[in-house]
Unconditional design. Sequence first.
Length: 286
Amino acid sequence: MKVPITAILIALLATSCEYFQQKVETEKVIIAQANDAILYLDDLNGITPIGLGEEDSTKLVETYVQNWVKKQVLISRAIQETQFDQEEIDRKVLDYRYSLIIHEFEKNYVQSNLNPDITDSEIEAYYQEKSDNFLLKQNILRCLFAKVPKGSPGIENFRRNIRGYPNASLDDIKSYCFQYANSAFTDEDIWINFNEVATASPLKEVKNQVQFLQSSTYNETSDDEFIYFLRILEYKISDEMSPLEFIRDDIESILVNKRKIELKRELEEAIYEEAKKNESFKIYSR
C-alpha cells in the first residue's frame, strides 16, 4: 500500500500511531519507491531522536527520504552504465562486512582490557626518545596577559604588578583581572601559541614575532578603548624543541594508542595460536 509522504511524516511525529501500527501488522506501508527499491515505514524507525521537536523531526525525515531516493536512482544508473565484475564487488562487500565484525570485536576487547593510565616516566621517556618529532611549528610563550578598559580603577598599581612579576603577587594580578579585565590569561605554567595572544590585541600587527619576543619581557599597547598588558615569562621559537608540558597531552594520546595497537596484536596472536593448537585450520601445499 502506498501512502503520501506528508501523511507518513505526520504519522511518524504524532504521539499516537495506532492506525499505522494496525496497518503495519497486516500490510507493509510504502513511503517511497525508486525503480525496484522500496522504502518502508519500518525503515524509518529510530531516525528521529527522542525529544526532537515536531518541525525538526519533519525536516529530518524529509531529508532522509530525499537522500534515500537520490542514492537509489544513482545506484540504478551506475548499474546500467558501468562495466563491473559482480564477483569482485561481492568479495569486497564480504571483506568489508568481515572487517566491520572484526572491528567491533577488537573494539570491545580493547575497551575491556586497556589501561589508559600513562605515567610521567613513560611520557618523559617517549619525549626523550622521539625528541626530533617534537620540534615546534609556531612560536609559543608562557605569559600573563590582560585586556583592560581605559580608566579602570587602580590601573597604575596593576601596571606595576604585572610588569614587576614575579616580584609582585600573582593573586593580586588575578584578582584585578577578574574585576576589570575584558579578557585575561594568568596561568603562568601554561604554554600558548603567540598568535592566541596576538589576535586579541594590537600585537596582531607584529611583523617579526621572533624579534618581538627576543627584544623585551614586557609590552604594553592600546587602542581607543583598551590597554593591553603582556608580561613574557618564557618563550620558544619555531623549530626549537617543544617544552614537554606543551605536548604532554599529545604524547599521552600516542602512548594510549600504542597500547591499543598492541592489545589488538596480542588478541590476534592468541586466537591464532589457540586455533593452531585445536587444529581448527589447515593449510594445503600446492
